[in-house]
Design a protein around this ligand. Structure first.
Ligand code: PXP
Length: 239
């Protein structure tokens, strides 16, 4: 059965938007685990726009499932990963100006650099996953440089605007999942998956883990609104 890795970055986005001490992404991670999450994911970005180093260190202490750290393969991030020792590092590309991770890592261009990062992390006992577009040549390189796992970028599928595009993108994901499994890589998937698009993956047993953030945090905000307003209204009525 496939597992669910819950990304809590956007709880930190809300905290940082206000420059406040809450909402606390560590508390969100614990709530996600209580609700059945199989792993917790955070992306420590170079610009620290949401998750902070302090969050990653606290999560390492309290997460009881698995901690997955998404990061760019920079020397600063490698230093933090070697110190914090998450269970898994997912290597992602990173551009300062992007709203979210926009594509998979280009392993063909950056093969030597990423190979070195994979080896450094694996030597420290950290599993390495590479976030990659559903492209067979890229997946072959992931295998060649000894990654443990790939996370197939599902963004193009989830954002497809026509049925033709959607089907085309999904068949790329299916082919990528099959070739990854054949090469003995663990195959995960993520980016843009929501409560509708997840249903398309029924029966695609090659995918072992789904990494999902935005749709879950968005639903949490809306499903929690009723209680949040009632609780404040009760306090105001009691004034
Ligand atoms: N996987 C990777 C590599 C990501 O960068 C992200 C976004 O942080 C996700 C999965 C989760 O994507 P979403 O927030 O759209 O569910």
């Amino acid at each position: 059965m496939a597992e669910l890795a819950v990304n809590v970055d956007h709880v930190a986005t809300l905290r940082e938007a206000r420059g406040a001490r809450y909402p606390e992404p560590v508390a969100a991670a614990l709530a996600a685990e209580t609700a059945g999450a199989d792993a917790i994911v955070v992306h420590l970005r170079e610009d620290r726009r949401h998750i902070q180093e302090r969050d990653v260190r606290l999560l390492r202490q309290v997460v009881k499932t698995r901690l997955i750290l998404e990061m760019a393969a920079t020397s600063e991030m490698l230093g933090i990963a070697l110190d914090v020792k998450p269970d898994t590092v997912t290597l992602v590309p990173e551009k300062r100006e992007e709203l979210t991770t926009e594509g998979g890592l280009d392993l063909i261009t950056h093969q030597a650099h990423i190979r070195e990062a994979v080896s450094t992390l694996k030597n420290a006992g950290i599993q390495v996953c590479i976030f990659i577009d559903p492209d067979l040549d890229q997946i072959k390189v992931a295998h060649k440089i000894d990654a443990d796992a790939i996370e197939i970028h599902t963004g193009a599928f989830c954002d497809a605007e026509t049925e033709f595009e959607r089907q085309n993108e999904f068949s790329r994901i299916v082919d990528a999942a099959k070739i990854g499994t054949k090469l003995k890589l663990r195959v995960n998937a993520g980016h843009g998956i929501c409560y509708n698009s997840i249903n398309a993956f029924k029966g695609l047993s090659e995918i072992g883990e789904y990494s999902i953030g935005h749709s879950i945090v968005s639903k949490a905000v809306l499903t929690g609104m009723d209680t949040a307003v009632r609780d404040m209204q009760q306090l105001i009525k009691a004034l």
